[in-house]
Every structure is written in C-alpha cells, then in structure tokens.
Design a protein around this ligand. Structure first.
Ligand code: PLP
Length: 464
C-alpha cells in the first residue's frame, strides 16, 4: 500500500498480511507486499483502499457477470434474509428460492438436463458430479465403472477430487492428487499444434486419443469424461471445430458420461445462458456451473443432471439407505434468491444479446494487438479472452519464465487503471458482461500501452 492510505486501510492491509491465508498465493511476494484492498465497486469498476479506481478486466474471477453493486440484488438478498435466512433442505424440506431456481435452471439448461443439485461453488459442483456418477453406476450394478478422464490444462477446481481432475501440471506442484482414479489426455490447443499439421488432422488426433484412453483403461472401468467448453484457467483454449461433438460421440459409444464444466462459460460469458448446446451443439449428461449463476454476489454452484441419470439415482435403494450426499448449505435460500435475481436481471437487460454484440467488438479490437512483436496469439470468444506473449512469433518460443511477462503487463495495466489477470506468459480477460464499447476501447488501448512498456522493460533487462 502507498503512503497516502488512511490509518484504517493501513490496519486492514496489515491484518490481512498477518492473518489471512489467501488462496492461490505466492507467499514470497505476499509476505513483502501484502494485498491491494478492494474497498468499493460500481458496475465495471473497483476502487482500492488508496482511492484508486480500476476497470476490472477480470470480473472478480470470471464471475461478476451483471456488474458490481446492483441495488436490486442487495434488496433481493436482504428480503430473503428477513423471510428465511436459512433452512435445511435435507430430506423433505425446501425453501421457495431453492425450488424456483432449480426449475429456472432446468428451463434454461439444454435437452433433458432437468435436475439440480446445489453446492457452494464450482469445485464442489464437480466433486458432486463424481460422487453422483459413481453412485449412478453402482445403482446400475456396473461397480467397476469409476475412472475419470480429463484434459491437460483443464481446470476444474481445488478440492481434492476437482484438483485431481484438473490437468494444469503447475497447479499440482507440491500437492497430491488421485492418480488412480483420474487420467489425463492432451490439450486440444490449436495454437501449439505442430506447424505441419492441419487443424482437421489435429482434431482427429485429439478425438482418437480419447477413444484410445478409454480402450486402454477398459470401457467397463471408465465412468466419465470432464471437459470445459472453452478451457479457462489453462489459457482460454478454444478446441477445434467439431471436437466437443465428436468426443461426446466417443463417450456415448462406450457408455461414458460426458460432464461439461460450465463454471465459467454458463450465464452469459459467451453470449448464452449455457454454451454446451448454443455454442458447441452438444447436450452433455451433466453440466456443472457456479460463478455467473449469482454473478459472485453470494456463493452457489449447481450440478445439473439429465432425466436419465436422475431416474437411476432416485430409485429407492436397499431398506434404510439414503442418497447420502449433501451439504448444510445445499440450496441455501439466500444464495438461491441471488441466483433468481441474477437471472432475472440478465434476461430483462438481454445481457446475452449485449455480449453477442460488444463481445464481438471486444474480440475484434483485441485482435489488433497481434501487430505487437511479442503478442503470439489472441484467442477466445466474446468475454472470455486471452493474450499469449512469446519471444518469437514464428517459432512460438516463450520468453524466459523468470521474466514473468504476464505479471509485468498486469502491473503496467494496474498503474494505468486496469486489472488484467496474469497467467504465466499470458494475460486473461473476463470482464463483467455490462462492459460498454467505451470500456472496451479503454481496455484495449491500455493493454497495448502496457505491452509496449513491458517490451521496453524486457529489452532493458536482457530478456528480449
Ligand atoms: N471449473 C472451472 C472451469 C473453473 O474455472 C473453476 C474456477 O475458476 C472451477 C471449476 C472451480 O470453481 P470454484 O473456485 O468456485 O470452486
């Protein structure tokens, strides 16, 4: 924090540094610098404890879809707290928002995905999917069908199981994962395919790899395939055309369930309530979602199951046995009220239509950065985009990781009033869906200036 912070903000900064174990933190720098205290917010902007205002290019963490500080959201949350702040949904009780939101999600989800299990976020939604899938195959008497296949560079969360399904190798360093249950296949990243390979051949190879992995493990042992429609935290990777449809076909061929992790992509980020069907033309067996479901105003996640899965798991079991899965806060009424209000706002303001329009402009404008010598790739769709920086555009060779190019660019952006997310040599953008054309212009010009400044620094420090 700077010298001009108020005494109160200084105390907050110190308390945080001394006592709060932050998620996903580099303690070597955290212990020196502490955190930026986010103190205020409004639509697409946040303000820190020093009074600096930033355009939030990452929407909190891919989640503040309707924008910050919505009065009517605050009212809906307050009203629900005064009605029923909490009641358990175990067994045969429910609350009005939990029931209404489940019906609304079922209405919006594709195909026959009509049944909703609630948790508190994306990791738990994926853990729930695994437990239910195992239970489903047990109910069918297929007790060996347990293994999960996912992709290198896929991100699915950080509970034990969700992190095991995650395929970002960097995220596994120093921690343990379940390598018996989860198996990874390679990432369908077209930018990193061999130069001589056509995109069609690349897609064929990736689809074949899934089939080979199922055959290697044995179809009787493979329960499910997990995939994000666009891989987010692995570097915003859009797979080749037809990849999702064809991997779904492979899954169907071997009785493997397809789980579409829409924790980032659902609720407007790609201009649809759900991307699986509307963007990629697939109806998976299960969709997991969180983040944009409440736009981050309160924690909530959902695992959405097809009729077919529900029919099997809801059959009465042996005498005295229950469906023993659930959390104290499954279907929390206040979070569900926030979810209902969030969807109401999105529909009323046609935010998906706005993303279709402004998101296309955003994509187009970001592509102009390709003329910069270190910008190797600008990829993604609508409000889910990534800029990949390289040392050599031809060979795609990376800048020495020690240079921390993503961090350097993010720091320059921050000095200029813009938050972008650094991810190794990349920078990720996932702004609130309410972003205006003027906001896009500011974001892109600030990012350009920051990349140019970073190039100067890199040259000075001998990295370029
Ligand atoms: N799945 C995807 C695709 C994600 O991007 C994330 C978080 O970024 C998760 C799951 C985990 O969600 P959460 O952090 O809410 O547990």
């Amino acid at each position: 924090m700077s010298e001009n912070k108020s005494a109160e903000m200084y105390q907050v900064w110190q308390q945080d540094k001394d006592h709060y174990i932050h998620p996903w933190t580099d303690f070597s720098t955290f212990k020196e610098t502490g955190s930026i205290v986010v103190e205020d917010s409004d639509n697409v902007h946040i303000t820190d404890g020093d009074g600096n205002r930033y355009l939030d290019g990452i929407g909190g963490l891919w989640c503040v879809n309707i924008g910050y500080a919505r009065e009517e959201m605050a009212q809906a949350i307050a009203e629900q707290i005064m009605k029923v702040p909490y009641y358990s949904c175990f067994g045969h009780h429910t609350t009005v928002p939990a029931a209404k939101l489940a019906a609304k999600i079922a209405e919006l989800a594709p195909g026959n995905l009509n049944h909703v299990f609630y948790g508190c976020g994306g990791s738990v939604a994926n853990d729930t999917a695994v437990r239910i899938i195992h239970f489903y195959f047990n109910q069918l008497g297929k007790k060996s069908k347990k293994k999960i296949i996912s992709r290198i560079d896929g991100y699915h969360g950080s509970t034990y199981m969700a992190m095991s399904i995650t395929g970002v190798k960097f995220d596994h360093i120093g921690f343990d994962i379940d390598e018996q249950l989860v198996h990874h296949i390679s990432c369908p990243n077209p930018y990193r395919r061999p130069e001589s390979q056509s995109i069609e051949d690349f897609c064929d190879e990736k689809v074949q790899e899934l089939e080979n992995k199922i055959l290697e493990l044995g179809p009787d042992n493979v329960a499910a395939f997990f995939a994000e429609p666009i891989m987010g935290a692995g570097g915003v990777i859009v797979p080749p055309k037809g990849y999702h449809k064809r991997t779904l076909d492979v899954c169907r061929k071997y009785g493997v369930l397809y789980v579409s992790d829409e924790v980032v992509t659902a609720f407007g980020r790609l201009g649809h309530m759900f991307a699986s069907k509307d963007e990629f033309d697939i109806v998976p067996d299960i969709i997991t979602c969180a983040k944009g479901l409440t736009s981050g105003y309160l924690p909530l996640g959902a695992t959405i199951l097809s009729d077919d899965i529900y029919d099997v798991i809801s059959k009465p079991q042996a005498d005295g046995a229950l469906f023993t899965h659930g959390f104290t806060y499954s279907g929390h009424p206040v979070s569900c009220a926030a979810g209902l209000k969030n969807i109401e706002i999105m529909e009323r303001e046609n935010l998906c239509g706005h993303v279709q329009e402004i998101g296309s402009y955003f994509e187009e404008q970001l592509k102009t950065l390709m003329d910069l010598p270190i910008v190797g790739d600008v990829r993604g769709k609508k409000f889910m985009v990534c800029v990949e920086n390289v040392a050599n555009k031809e060979s795609k060779e990376l800048i020495d990781p020690e240079a921390q190019v993503g961090n350097r660019i993010a720091d320059h952006c921050q000095k200029r009033g813009l938050i972008v997310r650094p991810l190794a040599h990349m920078n990720i953008l996932s702004p609130p869906l309410t972003l205006s054309k003027d906001n896009v212009d500011f974001l892109v010009s600030t990012l350009r200036e920051s990349i140019v400044e970073t190039m100067k620094d890199l040259k000075q420090d001998g990295y370029l």
